[in-house]
Design a protein around this ligand. Sequence first.
Ligand SMILES: Cc1cc2nc3c(=O)[nH]c(=O)nc-3n(C[C@H](O)[C@H](O)[C@H](O)COP(=O)(O)OP(=O)(O)OC[C@H]3O[C@@H](n4cnc5c(N)ncnc54)[C@H](O)[C@@H]3O)c2cc1C
Length: 562
Amino acid sequence: MKKGISRRDFLKGSAAVAAAGLLGACTASSESTQQSETEQQEQPSKTLKWNEAPEKIAEDQITKTLDTEVLVIGAGGAGLMAAAGAAEEGAKVTLLEALMFNGTERHWIGAVNTKSAQAANVNFDKKELVEELMRYASCRADQKLIQLWADESGSAIDWLADLMAEKVPGTKLHMEWDIGQGSHGSYKIFPTMHNFQNDETKETVDYFPSLIERCKELGVEMMYETPMVQLERADNNTGRVTGAIAKNADGYIRINASKGVILCTGGYSANKEMMEELNPTAYKSIAGTDSHSFNKGDGIKAAVWVGAAKDDDATCMLFDRAAIQPDRFIDGNWDDSGYLIFGSHPFLKVNLKGERFVNESLPYDFMLHAGSLQPKRLYNTIFDANWHQHVTQMHQIGCARIEPSESGGLLQIFDHESAEGLLQGLIAGGYIQQADTLEELAEKLNIPAEQFVATVNRYNELAAKGSDDDFGKEGYRMIALDTAPFYGARQGATILCTLDGLRINTDMQVLDTDGEVIEGLYAAGNDSGGFFAHNYPEYIVGVAIGRTLTFGRIAGKSAAKA
Ligand SMILES: Cc1cc2nc3c(=O)[nH]c(=O)nc-3n(C[C@H](O)[C@H](O)[C@H](O)COP(=O)(O)OP(=O)(O)OC[C@H]3O[C@@H](n4cnc5c(N)ncnc54)[C@H](O)[C@@H]3O)c2cc1C
């Protein structure tokens, strides 16, 4: 934790790790109190499904009416960029946030052709990047939106970098150009990741405080603890969106927005009902969560209630890092898992029968997809005493990086020392098993010892040969597991966020089910869709928050100019 990761990030990332359990529980409790209060507000009838509109809030329940020009809902990355963008254009802006604090900022930012990239001489074929993103989405994405991110993310993140240089002198936008061999298995890697760092300490620097300050300087009115509960659309949901109803300690408030409402509530990863219905495949693999606890789907639901179209394909960001104790299965409990950073390393993975089943050199969610075909949808990651040397040789990038990067700065969340600490904490918590022999490890993992030992022996034989004849993993990632102690962890998926959302055009205007613009309604960040389908392309590192920040800024400017 000492380098390149804030304490808050660590808590978010490892709330269930035994060592951090107490502090993690503290952070969760204030959110969950508010969460339960708002759940009561949101769900007037328990029989309604997520996509069924509740009764409109009665006029006599509305205690106050406010007028603004642009109403931004949700103060995370998308909302803050939207608010600043709209206010820069001279609009009167109101920003609503359900909680008493802003959403959580994310530090690995994907962008193309920033000034930092130019300074590092990073060049690649943008067309190839767009094609790769389309391929990841099986072409069930809007190529215009992907092209827009490729074209506009550089200037959006440069704008943020200029703001940071002004507000936090000594901050530099670093970029990760050192991407190993440029591929991960057969998946191409593009150098897109950026990170704000202090030039001297190399610590990651938060950008939300500067964004919030800029919003305030530009006159954005921020209303915390004021969740939006419904949108208002004229002419019986056929006309313009005129504003929203929110609720706070004063009761229901009507906020009229003459130029537009921008939905930035961050998707639905904390709404189990929506997850189970919309993405049953992912749901059945989830063993732990790192989701923001208020990503309840409010923006998507409210828009669907007034006629908006949503992506057909559910997509979420799943990380292969949820370690569970070896007597646990996927059981809908997302609150008891350890943060297994090695889950995302291409170590040997074996199913609950002790068999190898895939080339482990896969993007995070692809590994989980392969695992979901295995008994109980679970598998184990296996490593040994030489893991330091092995992770160096494996050369992971992005947020799985443990090795220092040649790109300079500190681009890894965990270094060897903090990974060692994490490992010890997980062993103490019973999330990782340690043993002196392979047989003992099998017993502790509750998998058949004979098959497991045969699998490891075969793996070691292929590693010695330097050729994975069984599954085709790159030779340099085939490394024998022959030195005690041996380690193993049963694992499933960690849910981070959802990535399917409302259909939008390139001005971030929300579309209805006929593909027509709903005047006055915009969406950005994880409330918006058309960009990802089925998978999150981890090896276009940071594209999620890169899209969020870029499209937030575009949404703000579009709404202000309306
Ligand atoms: C642990 C973790 C790490 C991640 N790391 C990265 C990374 O390094 N790089 C990357 O590219 N992506 C990363 N992501 C994904 C990234 O967080 C998202 O893509 C991005 O934050 C989405 O931003 P957003 O503004 O749409 O949502 P959020 O940042 O979640 O903001 C939504 C806001 O809306 C508020 N809200 C919700 N409902 C209401 C309501 N009814 N009324 C008012 N406000 C409401 C919420 O409280 C929240 O503040 C990570 C995700 C997680 C969970």
